[in-house]
Design a protein around this ligand. Sequence first.
Ligand code: ADP
Ligand code: MG
Ligand code: ZN
Length: 556
Amino acid sequence: MEAILKEYFGYEKFRYGQQEIIENILAGDNALGILPTGSGKSLCYQIPGLMFEGTTLVISPLISLMQDQVDSLKRRGISAECINSTMAKRDLNDVMGRLVRGELQFLYVAPERFNNEEFKTAVRHAEIPFVAFDEAHCISKWGHDFRPSYQSIIPELKALLPDVQIIAVTATATEEVEENIQELLNIKNNAVFKTSVRRDNLKLSVNGTYQREQFILSYIKERLEQSGIIYVSTRAEVEKLSVYLTDNNIENVIYHGGLGKKERNDNQQKFVSDEVKIVIATNAFGMGIDKPDIRYIIHFNLPGDLESYYQEIGRAGRDSRPSDCILLSTQRDVNLQQFFIDRATATDQYKDHMREKLDLMLQYNKTSKCLSSFIVKYFNHDEYVEACGQCSSCLSAERTEPMTSEARLILELVQETDGQLSKELVIQVLRGENADNIVARGLDSQERFGVLDSYRTSDVNHLVEELIMRGYVHCAGNRMHLVEKSLDILNRKVKLYTVPYRKHYNERVNVSTDSSPNEILYDKLLSTRKNLADKHKLDEDAIFTDQILKEFAKKM
Ligand code: ADP
Ligand code: MG
Ligand code: ZN
Protein backbone atom coordinates (compact mmCIF):
# COMPACT_ATOMS: atom_id res chain seq x y z
CA MET A 1 0.00 0.00 0.00
CA GLU A 2 2.65 2.50 1.04
CA ALA A 3 4.77 1.47 -1.91
CA ILE A 4 1.97 2.29 -4.31
CA LEU A 5 1.28 5.57 -2.58
CA LYS A 6 4.87 6.55 -3.10
CA GLU A 7 5.55 5.02 -6.46
CA TYR A 8 2.45 6.17 -8.31
CA PHE A 9 1.36 9.22 -6.40
CA GLY A 10 4.60 10.46 -4.88
CA TYR A 11 3.21 10.88 -1.37
CA GLU A 12 5.03 9.87 1.79
CA LYS A 13 2.18 9.21 4.19
CA PHE A 14 -1.48 8.41 4.14
CA ARG A 15 -3.80 11.08 5.25
CA TYR A 16 -6.20 10.55 8.08
CA GLY A 17 -8.82 7.95 7.14
CA GLN A 18 -7.27 6.74 3.90
CA GLN A 19 -5.38 3.82 5.32
CA GLU A 20 -8.31 2.41 7.30
CA ILE A 21 -10.61 2.58 4.31
CA ILE A 22 -8.13 0.94 1.99
CA GLU A 23 -7.38 -1.84 4.47
CA ASN A 24 -11.05 -2.52 4.83
CA ILE A 25 -11.44 -2.84 1.07
CA LEU A 26 -8.43 -5.12 0.80
CA ALA A 27 -9.97 -7.31 3.49
CA GLY A 28 -12.90 -7.86 1.14
CA ASP A 29 -15.64 -5.70 2.60
CA ASN A 30 -17.73 -2.95 1.08
CA ALA A 31 -16.92 0.41 2.62
CA LEU A 32 -18.21 3.94 2.95
CA GLY A 33 -15.85 6.87 3.49
CA ILE A 34 -17.16 10.22 4.64
CA LEU A 35 -14.20 12.56 4.57
CA PRO A 36 -14.00 16.30 4.09
CA THR A 37 -13.48 17.87 0.72
CA GLY A 38 -9.84 17.84 -0.28
CA SER A 39 -8.93 15.05 2.10
CA GLY A 40 -8.02 12.67 -0.69
CA LYS A 41 -11.01 10.42 -1.20
CA SER A 42 -9.97 9.45 -4.72
CA LEU A 43 -6.94 7.58 -3.43
CA CYS A 44 -9.23 5.44 -1.29
CA TYR A 45 -10.42 3.68 -4.40
CA GLN A 46 -7.47 4.30 -6.69
CA ILE A 47 -4.98 2.44 -4.53
CA PRO A 48 -7.09 -0.73 -4.13
CA GLY A 49 -7.93 -0.40 -7.82
CA LEU A 50 -4.24 -0.61 -8.65
CA MET A 51 -3.89 -3.70 -6.47
CA PHE A 52 -6.84 -5.64 -7.89
CA GLU A 53 -6.80 -7.71 -11.05
CA GLY A 54 -9.12 -6.32 -13.68
CA THR A 55 -10.78 -2.96 -14.13
CA THR A 56 -12.11 -0.67 -11.43
CA LEU A 57 -15.31 1.04 -12.45
CA VAL A 58 -15.71 4.53 -11.02
CA ILE A 59 -19.17 6.04 -11.12
CA SER A 60 -19.00 9.79 -10.97
CA PRO A 61 -21.62 12.46 -11.58
CA LEU A 62 -19.75 15.03 -13.64
CA ILE A 63 -17.94 14.80 -16.92
CA SER A 64 -15.40 17.49 -16.05
CA LEU A 65 -14.64 15.74 -12.81
CA MET A 66 -14.04 12.43 -14.55
CA GLN A 67 -11.86 14.00 -17.18
CA ASP A 68 -9.60 15.63 -14.59
CA GLN A 69 -9.13 12.39 -12.71
CA VAL A 70 -8.47 10.37 -15.83
CA ASP A 71 -5.90 12.90 -17.01
CA SER A 72 -4.17 12.84 -13.67
CA LEU A 73 -4.06 9.03 -13.61
CA LYS A 74 -2.69 8.94 -17.14
CA ARG A 75 0.02 11.39 -16.17
CA ARG A 76 1.05 8.88 -13.54
CA GLY A 77 1.32 6.15 -16.12
CA ILE A 78 -1.90 4.39 -15.19
CA SER A 79 -4.26 3.19 -17.89
CA ALA A 80 -7.52 5.00 -17.33
CA GLU A 81 -10.36 6.16 -19.54
CA CYS A 82 -13.79 7.60 -19.24
CA ILE A 83 -16.92 7.17 -21.25
CA ASN A 84 -19.30 10.03 -21.70
CA SER A 85 -22.09 11.21 -23.90
CA THR A 86 -19.97 13.74 -25.74
CA MET A 87 -17.64 11.11 -27.21
CA ALA A 88 -17.61 10.00 -30.83
CA LYS A 89 -18.94 6.51 -31.46
CA ARG A 90 -15.54 5.29 -32.63
CA ASP A 91 -13.77 6.39 -29.45
CA LEU A 92 -16.52 4.89 -27.41
CA ASN A 93 -16.19 1.50 -29.10
CA ASP A 94 -12.46 1.70 -28.71
CA VAL A 95 -12.72 2.22 -24.95
CA MET A 96 -15.27 -0.55 -24.57
CA GLY A 97 -13.01 -2.87 -26.52
CA ARG A 98 -10.15 -2.12 -24.17
CA LEU A 99 -12.43 -2.72 -21.22
CA VAL A 100 -13.38 -6.17 -22.47
CA ARG A 101 -9.75 -7.03 -23.27
CA GLY A 102 -8.76 -6.12 -19.72
CA GLU A 103 -6.49 -3.28 -20.78
CA LEU A 104 -7.92 -0.66 -18.45
CA GLN A 105 -7.14 -0.25 -14.79
CA PHE A 106 -9.80 2.40 -14.32
CA LEU A 107 -12.92 3.26 -16.22
CA TYR A 108 -14.92 6.33 -15.20
CA VAL A 109 -18.58 6.49 -16.18
CA ALA A 110 -21.61 8.62 -15.44
CA PRO A 111 -24.58 6.81 -13.90
CA GLU A 112 -26.67 7.25 -17.06
CA ARG A 113 -24.34 4.84 -18.82
CA PHE A 114 -26.19 1.96 -17.20
CA ASN A 115 -29.13 2.65 -19.50
CA ASN A 116 -26.97 1.78 -22.46
CA GLU A 117 -27.18 -1.83 -23.71
CA GLU A 118 -23.79 -1.87 -25.43
CA PHE A 119 -22.13 -0.68 -22.28
CA LYS A 120 -23.90 -3.32 -20.22
CA THR A 121 -22.80 -6.04 -22.62
CA ALA A 122 -19.21 -4.85 -22.36
CA VAL A 123 -19.43 -4.88 -18.57
CA ARG A 124 -20.74 -8.43 -18.63
CA HIS A 125 -17.72 -9.54 -20.63
CA ALA A 126 -15.15 -7.59 -18.68
CA GLU A 127 -13.41 -8.42 -15.44
CA ILE A 128 -14.66 -5.89 -12.90
CA PRO A 129 -14.04 -6.82 -9.28
CA PHE A 130 -14.48 -3.37 -7.80
CA VAL A 131 -16.84 -0.42 -8.20
CA ALA A 132 -16.41 3.02 -6.65
CA PHE A 133 -19.20 5.52 -6.18
CA ASP A 134 -17.67 8.97 -6.01
CA GLU A 135 -19.84 11.80 -4.63
CA ALA A 136 -21.98 9.03 -3.21
CA HIS A 137 -24.46 11.37 -1.56
CA CYS A 138 -26.03 11.61 -5.02
CA ILE A 139 -27.37 8.09 -4.48
CA SER A 140 -29.55 8.99 -1.56
CA LYS A 141 -32.79 10.72 -2.04
CA TRP A 142 -32.24 12.29 1.34
CA GLY A 143 -29.03 13.87 0.07
CA HIS A 144 -28.90 17.44 -1.14
CA ASP A 145 -27.98 16.52 -4.68
CA PHE A 146 -30.02 13.42 -5.36
CA ARG A 147 -29.83 12.13 -8.90
CA PRO A 148 -32.45 9.57 -9.82
CA SER A 149 -30.15 7.91 -12.36
CA TYR A 150 -27.91 6.86 -9.49
CA GLN A 151 -30.60 4.93 -7.75
CA SER A 152 -31.71 3.02 -10.79
CA ILE A 153 -28.22 1.67 -11.40
CA ILE A 154 -28.12 -0.19 -8.12
CA PRO A 155 -30.39 -3.04 -9.25
CA GLU A 156 -28.65 -3.01 -12.65
CA LEU A 157 -25.30 -3.31 -11.01
CA LYS A 158 -26.41 -6.17 -8.80
CA ALA A 159 -27.67 -8.02 -11.86
CA LEU A 160 -24.57 -7.35 -13.96
CA LEU A 161 -21.91 -7.86 -11.30
CA PRO A 162 -23.42 -9.86 -8.45
CA ASP A 163 -20.18 -10.35 -6.55
CA VAL A 164 -18.60 -6.97 -7.08
CA GLN A 165 -17.05 -5.16 -4.15
CA ILE A 166 -18.19 -1.62 -3.58
CA ILE A 167 -16.76 1.55 -2.09
CA ALA A 168 -18.69 4.79 -1.71
CA VAL A 169 -17.10 8.13 -0.85
CA THR A 170 -18.56 11.52 -0.16
CA ALA A 171 -17.80 14.68 1.78
CA THR A 172 -21.33 15.51 2.73
CA ALA A 173 -23.60 13.00 4.34
CA THR A 174 -25.95 13.56 7.21
CA GLU A 175 -26.63 10.54 9.39
CA GLU A 176 -29.80 9.92 7.45
CA VAL A 177 -27.95 9.88 4.14
CA GLU A 178 -25.22 7.73 5.60
CA GLU A 179 -27.73 5.07 6.67
CA ASN A 180 -29.46 5.24 3.35
CA ILE A 181 -26.22 4.67 1.42
CA GLN A 182 -25.33 1.77 3.71
CA GLU A 183 -28.66 0.15 3.07
CA LEU A 184 -28.61 0.66 -0.70
CA LEU A 185 -25.05 -0.54 -1.18
CA ASN A 186 -24.97 -3.14 1.56
CA ILE A 187 -22.28 -1.64 3.73
CA LYS A 188 -21.82 -2.81 7.30
CA ASN A 189 -21.68 -0.41 10.23
CA ASN A 190 -18.09 -1.23 11.00
CA ALA A 191 -17.14 -0.38 7.43
CA VAL A 192 -18.21 3.23 7.64
CA PHE A 193 -15.28 5.60 8.06
CA LYS A 194 -15.95 9.10 9.01
CA THR A 195 -13.77 11.94 10.15
CA SER A 196 -14.98 15.16 11.60
CA VAL A 197 -16.39 17.51 9.02
CA ARG A 198 -14.71 20.28 10.92
CA ARG A 199 -12.15 22.25 8.99
CA ASP A 200 -10.22 24.48 11.29
CA ASN A 201 -8.73 26.69 8.60
CA LEU A 202 -12.14 27.89 7.45
CA LYS A 203 -13.23 31.02 9.22
CA LEU A 204 -17.01 31.07 9.04
CA SER A 205 -19.12 34.15 9.27
CA VAL A 206 -22.66 35.26 8.76
CA ASN A 207 -23.24 38.85 7.84
CA GLY A 208 -26.72 40.31 7.71
CA THR A 209 -25.79 43.39 5.72
CA TYR A 210 -28.42 44.99 3.52
CA GLN A 211 -25.74 46.25 1.16
CA ARG A 212 -24.34 43.08 -0.18
CA GLU A 213 -22.72 44.55 -3.29
CA GLN A 214 -20.90 47.25 -1.35
CA PHE A 215 -19.83 44.75 1.27
CA ILE A 216 -18.32 42.52 -1.38
CA LEU A 217 -16.60 45.40 -3.11
CA SER A 218 -14.88 46.67 0.01
CA TYR A 219 -14.03 43.12 1.08
CA ILE A 220 -12.34 42.39 -2.24
CA LYS A 221 -10.49 45.70 -2.33
CA GLU A 222 -8.59 44.63 0.74
CA ARG A 223 -7.36 41.41 -0.85
CA LEU A 224 -6.96 41.98 -4.56
CA GLU A 225 -4.22 39.38 -4.86
CA GLN A 226 -6.35 36.55 -3.45
CA SER A 227 -8.61 34.10 -5.26
CA GLY A 228 -12.25 33.83 -4.33
CA ILE A 229 -15.61 32.50 -5.43
CA ILE A 230 -18.83 34.43 -5.06
CA TYR A 231 -21.89 32.21 -5.22
CA VAL A 232 -25.11 33.80 -6.40
CA SER A 233 -28.43 31.98 -6.89
CA THR A 234 -29.49 33.20 -10.28
CA ARG A 235 -27.95 33.76 -13.66
CA ALA A 236 -29.28 37.28 -13.90
CA GLU A 237 -27.85 38.21 -10.53
CA VAL A 238 -24.50 36.67 -11.45
CA GLU A 239 -24.35 38.97 -14.45
CA LYS A 240 -25.50 41.97 -12.47
CA LEU A 241 -22.90 41.54 -9.76
CA SER A 242 -20.23 40.98 -12.38
CA VAL A 243 -21.07 44.26 -14.08
CA TYR A 244 -21.08 46.05 -10.74
CA LEU A 245 -17.60 44.79 -9.88
CA THR A 246 -16.28 45.47 -13.37
CA ASP A 247 -17.62 49.02 -13.15
CA ASN A 248 -15.62 49.32 -9.97
CA ASN A 249 -12.46 48.08 -11.68
CA ILE A 250 -12.52 44.60 -10.20
CA GLU A 251 -11.74 42.05 -12.84
CA ASN A 252 -13.88 38.92 -12.67
CA VAL A 253 -15.23 36.04 -14.71
CA ILE A 254 -18.67 34.49 -14.50
CA TYR A 255 -19.90 30.93 -14.61
CA HIS A 256 -23.43 29.63 -14.92
CA GLY A 257 -25.45 27.07 -16.82
CA GLY A 258 -26.62 29.61 -19.38
CA LEU A 259 -23.16 30.18 -20.84
CA GLY A 260 -21.89 28.19 -23.79
CA LYS A 261 -19.60 25.31 -23.02
CA LYS A 262 -16.55 27.05 -24.41
CA GLU A 263 -17.13 30.20 -22.43
CA ARG A 264 -17.66 28.19 -19.27
CA ASN A 265 -14.45 26.26 -19.78
CA ASP A 266 -12.48 29.38 -20.66
CA ASN A 267 -13.71 31.23 -17.60
CA GLN A 268 -13.02 28.31 -15.32
CA GLN A 269 -9.55 28.00 -16.81
CA LYS A 270 -8.84 31.69 -16.22
CA PHE A 271 -9.80 31.30 -12.59
CA VAL A 272 -7.90 28.08 -11.98
CA SER A 273 -4.76 29.41 -13.68
CA ASP A 274 -4.89 32.66 -11.64
CA GLU A 275 -5.31 34.83 -14.69
CA VAL A 276 -8.43 36.23 -13.01
CA LYS A 277 -8.83 36.13 -9.27
CA ILE A 278 -12.59 36.19 -8.90
CA VAL A 279 -15.34 34.01 -10.25
CA ILE A 280 -18.99 34.91 -9.77
CA ALA A 281 -21.04 31.78 -10.24
CA THR A 282 -24.19 29.86 -9.61
CA ASN A 283 -23.91 26.52 -7.87
CA ALA A 284 -23.19 25.01 -11.29
CA PHE A 285 -19.57 25.92 -10.58
CA GLY A 286 -17.14 24.10 -8.42
CA MET A 287 -17.50 20.37 -8.34
CA GLY A 288 -14.16 18.90 -9.27
CA ILE A 289 -12.24 22.17 -9.15
CA ASP A 290 -8.95 21.35 -7.51
CA LYS A 291 -7.58 24.82 -6.83
CA PRO A 292 -5.76 24.74 -3.53
CA ASP A 293 -5.50 28.45 -2.76
CA ILE A 294 -9.06 29.73 -2.83
CA ARG A 295 -8.91 32.22 0.04
CA TYR A 296 -12.56 33.16 0.33
CA ILE A 297 -16.03 32.00 -0.60
CA ILE A 298 -18.85 34.47 -0.35
CA HIS A 299 -22.47 33.41 -0.59
CA PHE A 300 -24.56 36.25 -1.89
CA ASN A 301 -27.75 34.26 -1.23
CA LEU A 302 -28.92 31.80 1.35
CA PRO A 303 -28.35 28.22 0.15
CA GLY A 304 -31.22 25.79 0.53
CA ASP A 305 -29.52 23.53 3.01
CA LEU A 306 -26.36 23.14 5.02
CA GLU A 307 -25.07 20.23 2.97
CA SER A 308 -24.93 22.36 -0.15
CA TYR A 309 -23.40 25.16 1.85
CA TYR A 310 -20.77 22.91 3.37
CA GLN A 311 -19.93 21.43 -0.01
CA GLU A 312 -19.53 24.86 -1.56
CA ILE A 313 -17.40 26.37 1.19
CA GLY A 314 -15.36 23.16 1.21
CA ARG A 315 -13.64 24.46 -1.92
CA ALA A 316 -11.85 27.12 0.08
CA GLY A 317 -8.46 26.60 1.67
CA ARG A 318 -7.58 23.17 0.39
CA ASP A 319 -3.98 24.11 1.07
CA SER A 320 -4.99 24.22 4.76
CA ARG A 321 -4.27 27.94 4.99
CA PRO A 322 -6.79 30.27 6.63
CA SER A 323 -9.72 31.13 4.39
CA ASP A 324 -12.96 33.04 4.81
CA CYS A 325 -16.45 31.69 4.23
CA ILE A 326 -18.96 34.48 4.40
CA LEU A 327 -22.69 34.03 4.19
CA LEU A 328 -24.69 37.09 3.18
CA SER A 329 -28.41 36.66 2.85
CA THR A 330 -31.69 38.42 2.92
CA GLN A 331 -35.20 37.56 3.91
CA ARG A 332 -36.05 37.61 0.22
CA ASP A 333 -33.99 34.48 -0.33
CA VAL A 334 -36.07 32.68 2.22
CA ASN A 335 -39.30 33.45 0.43
CA LEU A 336 -37.82 32.26 -2.78
CA GLN A 337 -36.56 29.03 -1.29
CA GLN A 338 -39.97 28.43 0.19
CA PHE A 339 -41.53 28.99 -3.18
CA PHE A 340 -39.27 26.40 -4.75
CA ILE A 341 -40.35 23.82 -2.26
CA ASP A 342 -44.00 24.62 -2.65
CA ARG A 343 -43.94 24.18 -6.37
CA ALA A 344 -41.52 21.25 -6.50
CA THR A 345 -42.92 18.07 -7.95
CA ALA A 346 -42.31 15.90 -4.95
CA THR A 347 -44.26 14.03 -2.33
CA ASP A 348 -45.50 15.92 0.70
CA GLN A 349 -43.15 13.89 2.82
CA TYR A 350 -40.20 14.96 0.71
CA LYS A 351 -41.28 18.58 0.76
CA ASP A 352 -41.49 18.45 4.53
CA HIS A 353 -38.01 17.05 4.54
CA MET A 354 -36.78 19.94 2.41
CA ARG A 355 -38.52 22.42 4.69
CA GLU A 356 -36.78 20.94 7.68
CA LYS A 357 -33.45 21.33 5.94
CA LEU A 358 -34.10 24.92 5.02
CA ASP A 359 -35.17 25.58 8.54
CA LEU A 360 -31.80 24.34 9.77
CA MET A 361 -30.04 26.51 7.21
CA LEU A 362 -31.97 29.46 8.61
CA GLN A 363 -31.00 28.53 12.11
CA TYR A 364 -27.39 28.59 11.03
CA ASN A 365 -28.00 32.00 9.54
CA LYS A 366 -29.26 33.44 12.79
CA THR A 367 -27.57 31.44 15.49
CA SER A 368 -25.45 33.10 18.12
CA LYS A 369 -23.76 29.75 18.77
CA CYS A 370 -20.44 28.80 17.24
CA LEU A 371 -20.99 28.32 13.50
CA SER A 372 -18.32 25.71 13.14
CA SER A 373 -19.81 23.61 15.92
CA PHE A 374 -23.23 24.09 14.40
CA ILE A 375 -22.10 22.48 11.16
CA VAL A 376 -20.33 19.63 12.90
CA LYS A 377 -23.47 18.90 14.91
CA TYR A 378 -25.57 19.00 11.79
CA PHE A 379 -23.58 16.21 10.20
CA ASN A 380 -22.78 14.24 13.28
CA HIS A 381 -25.04 14.59 16.22
CA ASP A 382 -22.87 12.85 18.74
CA GLU A 383 -19.61 14.57 18.03
CA TYR A 384 -18.48 16.75 20.88
CA VAL A 385 -17.16 20.06 19.69
CA GLU A 386 -15.79 23.12 21.34
CA ALA A 387 -16.45 26.58 20.05
CA CYS A 388 -13.95 27.47 17.34
CA GLY A 389 -13.11 30.93 18.66
CA GLN A 390 -12.83 32.41 15.19
CA CYS A 391 -16.30 32.41 13.58
CA SER A 392 -18.49 35.49 13.61
CA SER A 393 -20.54 34.12 16.51
CA CYS A 394 -17.50 33.35 18.62
CA LEU A 395 -15.96 36.73 17.88
CA SER A 396 -19.12 38.64 18.65
CA ALA A 397 -19.49 36.78 21.94
CA GLU A 398 -15.97 37.82 22.79
CA ARG A 399 -16.70 41.38 21.88
CA THR A 400 -19.73 41.40 24.17
CA GLU A 401 -19.35 44.63 26.00
CA PRO A 402 -20.79 45.77 29.25
CA MET A 403 -23.48 48.21 28.25
CA THR A 404 -24.39 49.29 31.76
CA SER A 405 -23.46 52.95 31.45
CA GLU A 406 -25.36 53.26 28.16
CA ALA A 407 -28.36 51.57 29.76
CA ARG A 408 -28.16 53.98 32.66
CA LEU A 409 -28.26 56.98 30.29
CA ILE A 410 -31.38 55.60 28.66
CA LEU A 411 -33.10 55.05 31.98
CA GLU A 412 -32.11 58.47 33.28
CA LEU A 413 -33.81 60.09 30.29
CA VAL A 414 -36.90 57.96 30.85
CA GLN A 415 -36.86 58.91 34.52
CA GLU A 416 -36.86 62.59 33.75
CA THR A 417 -39.52 62.40 31.09
CA ASP A 418 -41.51 59.59 32.64
CA GLY A 419 -44.43 58.56 30.43
CA GLN A 420 -44.00 61.43 27.96
CA LEU A 421 -41.70 60.05 25.31
CA SER A 422 -42.15 57.32 22.78
CA LYS A 423 -39.41 54.80 22.22
CA GLU A 424 -38.46 56.52 18.96
CA LEU A 425 -38.15 59.89 20.64
CA VAL A 426 -36.00 58.46 23.41
CA ILE A 427 -33.67 57.10 20.79
CA GLN A 428 -33.63 60.33 18.78
CA VAL A 429 -32.85 62.45 21.83
CA LEU A 430 -30.05 60.18 22.98
CA ARG A 431 -28.55 60.17 19.50
CA GLY A 432 -28.87 63.95 19.37
CA GLU A 433 -31.00 64.16 16.25
CA ASN A 434 -32.12 67.66 15.40
CA ALA A 435 -35.48 66.53 14.04
CA ASP A 436 -38.32 69.07 13.90
CA ASN A 437 -40.39 67.38 16.57
CA ILE A 438 -37.39 67.32 18.91
CA VAL A 439 -36.66 71.02 18.47
CA ALA A 440 -40.36 71.94 18.69
CA ARG A 441 -40.63 70.20 22.04
CA GLY A 442 -37.42 71.73 23.31
CA LEU A 443 -35.92 68.29 23.76
CA ASP A 444 -32.65 69.41 22.20
CA SER A 445 -31.87 71.29 25.36
CA GLN A 446 -32.46 68.13 27.43
CA GLU A 447 -29.43 67.29 29.52
CA ARG A 448 -29.07 63.89 27.85
CA PHE A 449 -29.43 65.15 24.30
CA GLY A 450 -26.78 63.47 22.16
CA VAL A 451 -25.08 61.44 24.88
CA LEU A 452 -25.19 58.37 22.65
CA ASP A 453 -24.34 60.17 19.43
CA SER A 454 -21.55 57.76 18.60
CA TYR A 455 -23.99 54.87 18.30
CA ARG A 456 -26.13 53.94 15.33
CA THR A 457 -29.89 54.11 15.65
CA SER A 458 -30.02 50.34 15.30
CA ASP A 459 -27.57 49.91 18.20
CA VAL A 460 -29.52 52.16 20.54
CA ASN A 461 -32.75 50.56 19.44
CA HIS A 462 -31.31 47.15 20.18
CA LEU A 463 -30.31 48.20 23.66
CA VAL A 464 -33.71 49.77 24.40
CA GLU A 465 -35.45 46.62 23.19
CA GLU A 466 -33.17 44.56 25.35
CA LEU A 467 -34.08 46.68 28.40
CA ILE A 468 -37.78 46.33 27.67
CA MET A 469 -37.46 42.60 27.12
CA ARG A 470 -35.62 42.10 30.39
CA GLY A 471 -38.11 44.19 32.29
CA TYR A 472 -35.80 47.09 33.16
CA VAL A 473 -38.15 49.58 31.58
CA HIS A 474 -41.76 49.48 30.51
CA CYS A 475 -43.21 50.52 27.19
CA ALA A 476 -46.99 50.91 27.02
CA GLY A 477 -48.95 52.68 24.29
CA ASN A 478 -45.54 53.52 22.89
CA ARG A 479 -44.68 55.61 25.95
CA MET A 480 -41.65 54.74 28.01
CA HIS A 481 -42.12 54.32 31.76
CA LEU A 482 -39.75 53.66 34.60
CA VAL A 483 -40.39 50.53 36.70
CA GLU A 484 -39.08 49.34 40.01
CA LYS A 485 -36.50 47.15 38.39
CA SER A 486 -35.06 50.21 36.60
CA LEU A 487 -33.59 51.27 39.94
CA ASP A 488 -31.30 48.24 39.91
CA ILE A 489 -29.46 49.76 37.00
CA LEU A 490 -29.86 53.41 38.00
CA ASN A 491 -28.48 52.65 41.44
CA ARG A 492 -25.67 50.58 40.00
CA LYS A 493 -26.85 47.40 41.63
CA VAL A 494 -26.69 45.28 38.46
CA LYS A 495 -24.46 45.32 35.46
CA LEU A 496 -25.88 44.74 32.05
CA TYR A 497 -24.04 42.70 29.48
CA THR A 498 -25.48 42.59 26.06
CA VAL A 499 -24.18 41.64 22.66
CA PRO A 500 -23.61 44.27 20.03
CA TYR A 501 -26.44 44.57 17.61
CA ARG A 502 -26.73 41.85 15.05
CA LYS A 503 -29.51 41.34 12.62
CA HIS A 504 -31.77 38.41 13.44
CA TYR A 505 -34.80 37.04 11.78
CA ASN A 506 -37.58 37.85 14.15
CA GLU A 507 -39.79 34.88 13.71
CA ARG A 508 -39.11 31.31 12.96
CA VAL A 509 -39.83 31.30 9.29
CA ASN A 510 -41.38 28.10 8.11
CA VAL A 511 -39.85 27.66 4.76
CA SER A 512 -37.47 25.72 2.70
CA THR A 513 -35.73 25.19 -0.56
CA ASP A 514 -35.16 23.42 -3.72
CA SER A 515 -31.92 21.68 -3.08
CA SER A 516 -30.66 22.44 -6.55
CA PRO A 517 -32.15 25.83 -7.32
CA ASN A 518 -33.49 26.17 -10.77
CA GLU A 519 -31.55 29.15 -12.00
CA ILE A 520 -33.78 29.90 -14.94
CA LEU A 521 -36.97 29.85 -12.96
CA TYR A 522 -35.34 31.99 -10.35
CA ASP A 523 -34.54 34.61 -12.98
CA LYS A 524 -38.05 34.54 -14.39
CA LEU A 525 -39.39 35.06 -10.95
CA LEU A 526 -37.19 38.05 -10.36
CA SER A 527 -38.14 39.64 -13.65
CA THR A 528 -41.83 39.06 -12.92
CA ARG A 529 -41.32 40.86 -9.68
CA LYS A 530 -39.61 43.72 -11.43
CA ASN A 531 -42.43 44.05 -13.95
CA LEU A 532 -44.99 44.07 -11.19
CA ALA A 533 -43.00 46.65 -9.29
CA ASP A 534 -42.82 48.89 -12.35
CA LYS A 535 -46.49 48.42 -13.05
CA HIS A 536 -47.59 49.29 -9.54
CA LYS A 537 -44.86 51.88 -9.04
CA LEU A 538 -43.62 50.09 -5.97
CA ASP A 539 -40.26 49.17 -4.63
CA GLU A 540 -39.23 45.68 -5.71
CA ASP A 541 -38.94 44.50 -2.16
CA ALA A 542 -42.50 45.51 -1.47
CA ILE A 543 -43.65 43.30 -4.30
CA PHE A 544 -42.03 40.20 -3.05
CA THR A 545 -44.92 38.70 -1.16
CA ASP A 546 -46.34 35.22 -1.04
CA GLN A 547 -49.28 36.41 -3.04
CA ILE A 548 -47.13 37.46 -5.96
CA LEU A 549 -45.35 34.17 -5.82
CA LYS A 550 -48.64 32.38 -6.01
CA GLU A 551 -49.77 34.52 -8.93
CA PHE A 552 -46.58 33.71 -10.67
CA ALA A 553 -47.04 30.01 -9.98
CA LYS A 554 -50.49 30.13 -11.54
CA LYS A 555 -49.07 31.48 -14.77
CA MET A 556 -46.56 28.68 -15.15
P1 ADP B 1 -11.48 14.80 -2.30
O1 ADP B 1 -12.08 13.94 -3.39
O2 ADP B 1 -11.55 14.15 -0.97
O3 ADP B 1 -12.02 16.18 -2.28
P2 ADP B 1 -9.07 14.43 -3.81
O4 ADP B 1 -9.10 12.96 -3.89
O5 ADP B 1 -9.45 15.20 -5.04
O6 ADP B 1 -9.93 14.95 -2.59
O7 ADP B 1 -7.61 14.87 -3.30
C1 ADP B 1 -7.28 16.21 -3.03
C2 ADP B 1 -5.79 16.42 -3.21
O8 ADP B 1 -5.06 15.80 -2.16
C3 ADP B 1 -5.27 15.83 -4.50
O9 ADP B 1 -4.40 16.77 -5.10
C4 ADP B 1 -4.52 14.60 -4.05
O10 ADP B 1 -3.51 14.23 -4.94
C5 ADP B 1 -3.99 15.02 -2.69
N1 ADP B 1 -3.72 13.87 -1.80
C6 ADP B 1 -4.49 12.79 -1.62
N2 ADP B 1 -3.95 11.93 -0.72
C7 ADP B 1 -2.79 12.50 -0.31
C8 ADP B 1 -1.76 12.11 0.63
N3 ADP B 1 -1.82 10.97 1.32
N4 ADP B 1 -0.73 12.94 0.78
C9 ADP B 1 -0.66 14.11 0.10
N5 ADP B 1 -1.59 14.53 -0.79
C10 ADP B 1 -2.65 13.75 -1.00
MG1 MG C 1 -13.45 13.93 -4.86
ZN1 ZN D 1 -17.01 29.57 16.46
